[in-house]
Design a protein around this ligand. Structure first.
Ligand code: ATP
Length: 314
């Protein structure tokens, strides 16, 4: 039996309330001395249209969290709501879809055939052309999936996830194994999709992806959320900024370096005429250096990599 899908309601017309709500979620594996608390009490609310990076080291609990979000596993305790419904109902109605690390594609089908078969199952044939284009697959439509690179296969999975026109898209390390060019291409495509108002949650090990793509970053470690905020704020709030300048005047250089050390600035270094320090008062230090005749002033924010290391270190 074939069914014609009802036209999707405009995204803005769906009910109000958050896209995702996790309340008091826990999930463990094993027992006794082998007990692993993969998710150890997570509360997380994600609004509609937000793009959120879930960042954390191996084993932090990201995949376990996303699996519960997708109804693939059930929390031991706590509630998962997606667009106001239990996760499984949201998945069944195509309102949430995912690009996961696991889950194979059939290698003997071409890219176009793969998309057509799944579109048939979803009753989404009218969306095939749009989705092929959005996922950047038009040029490789006739290639067998088995001959596609890792990055191209991820784009095929992305296309399949877009077929039901989901409101929420979940991506678990979608660019793992892609080279820099493929990664950039993937995120450009994703950005277009997100601009259409979708909520996007992605787990990543690539810290620059969180910086470039997500306004909000949730950092997980050992099953817990250890930081949650605007990606730029998270970066700036942690560790201040590194200020570096050439200070030709020897007395001024050593006076400023001594003052910085007394004030508790980190990593105060003097290499020849170059003075470098990490401080939370970077504007004040920059003004002081310029007043002392400094040149070649540089101020750099820490990378998320170093912010993340600071956060997750004991
Ligand atoms: N099915 C399972 N059986 C036993 N332990 C599991 C199972 N799934 C996950 N774990 C454990 O739960 C913890 C969290 O794993 P999870 O895969 O959620 O982390 P992650 O943050 O996604 O890691 P990665 O970045 O490596 O994918 C890890 O210690 C992992 O070994």
């Amino acid at each position: 039996m074939t069914t014609t899908p009802a036209p999707a309601p405009p995204r803005a017309a769906t009910t109000t309330g958050p896209a995702i709500e996790l309340a008091g979620i826990t999930r463990h594996f094993g027992t006794g001395s082998k007990l692993v608390r993969a998710v150890d009490g997570i509360d997380l609310t994600i609004g509609r249209g937000e793009i959120v990076a879930l960042l954390g080291p191996n084993g932090a609990g990201k995949t376990t969290t996303l699996d519960m979000l997708l109804g693939l596993s059930t929390p031991d305790t706590g509630q998962v709501q997606v667009l106001g419904s239990p996760a499984r109902r949201a998945v069944a109605s195509g309102r949430i879809a995912a690009v996961l690390q696991t889950g194979g594609l059939l290698p003997d089908l071409t890219v176009a055939e793969t998309v057509q078969v799944i579109a048939g199952l979803h009753g989404a044939k009218p969306r095939i052309d749009d989705v092929m284009q959005l996922a950047g697959l038009t040029d490789i439509a006739r290639r067998r999936v088995g001959k596609c690179s890792g990055g191209e296969q991820q784009r095929v999975k992305f296309a399949l996830a877009l077929l039901p026109d989901p409101d929420v898209l979940v991506l678990d390390e979608p660019t793992a194994g892609m080279d820099v060019k493929a990664r950039r291409r993937f995120w450009n495509t994703m950005r277009e999709s997100a601009d259409a108002g979708r909520t996007v949650v992605f787990a990543t090990h690539y810290l620059e992806e969180a910086e470039q793509f997500a306004r909000r970053t949730v950092v997980m470690d050992r099953g817990r959320i250890v930081a949650d905020g605007e990606t730029a704020h998270l970066r700036a709030a942690l560790g201040g900024r590194t200020v570096s300048a050439t200070v030709p005047d020897t007395d001024a250089r050593s006076t400023i370096a001594d003052e910085l050390r007394r004030a508790g600035a980190d990593e105060v270094r003097v290499d020849g005429t170059r003075l470098t320090a990490r401080t939370t008062a970077s504007d004040e230090l920059a003004a002081q250096l310029l007043a002392a005749g400094a040149t070649d002033l540089e101020i750099t924010a820490p990378t998320l990599e170093s912010a993340f290391t600071d956060l997750t270190e004991d």
